[in-house]
Design a protein around this ligand. Structure first.
Ligand code: CO
Length: 212
């Protein structure tokens, strides 16, 4: 066994010990149920761990992660997580968190073929195409990269708002706000991009669903 592999097994034992020292009922209580107030949709990047960044404890965040924190409305995995979070767990917030320096976003800006992931990256390229006039006008490549990261998060928030799941929750008066953040790998700080929606009224007409 590699040292790393041994270490993570040992870490787990130590972690259990620490939790039980702190509260002997910790796991018994946690096992009863979960009522997380937040669904986190983030990037798979190992440097952007949902709970740690926001100081959340087990039980506080329902998590979905994929490459470049995408909300692809035909992705059964994302839809299942979203549906369960909104309709069963009744989360109050859904948060899309992108990050500067995202490899998925970088790949979408380039032309290299990486493999099967090219097909996933295409969803990100579609976002670039929507904003290509603005993005192509940014001469500095790092600046263009950063803006694309931010624009992609905003588009994923809109894509969340377009889902029947989110619109149906709003229609029935459920308290649900969706947000977009960007995390800075260099600083550790997140930036709220100010795309906080709690109704479908800001959606382009064709995307607004009527439920009657
Ligand atoms: Co990433």
């Amino acid at each position: 066994m590699s040292d790393f592999y041994k270490k993570i097994l040992d870490n787990n034992k130590k972690w259990v010990e620490d939790q039980l020292n702190n509260d002997p009922e910790y796991f018994k209580d946690l096992a009863k149920s979960q009522t997380p107030p937040l669904l986190w949709i983030g990037c798979s990047d190992s440097r952007v761990p949902a709970n740690e960044i926001i100081g959340a404890k087990p039980g506080e965040v329902f998590v979905h992660r994929n490459i470049a924190n995408m909300v692809v409305h035909s992705d059964m995995n994302m839809l299942s997580v979203l549906d369960y979070a909104v309709n069963v767990l009744k989360v109050k917030h859904v948060l899309v968190c992108g990050h500067y320096g995202c490899g998925g976003i970088k790949a979408a800006m380039g032309n290299a073929s990486i493999g099967i992931i090219d097909n996933w990256i295409r969803h990100i390229k579609d976002v670039y195409r929507l904003h290509h006039l603005y993005l192509d006008s940014i001469v500095d490549e790092t600046e263009r990269f950063n803006k694309f990261v931010e624009i992609n998060v905003k588009e994923q928030v809109y894509d969340l708002a377009k889902t029947s799941i989110v619109q149906s929750a709003w229609r029935s008066g459920q308290e649900l706000t969706i947000h977009g953040w960007v995390y800075g790998l260099n600083s550790g700080f997140v930036t709220d991009l100010g795309v906080n929606f709690s109704s479908n009224k800001d959606l382009t007409g064709v995307y607004q669903l009527n439920f009657e």
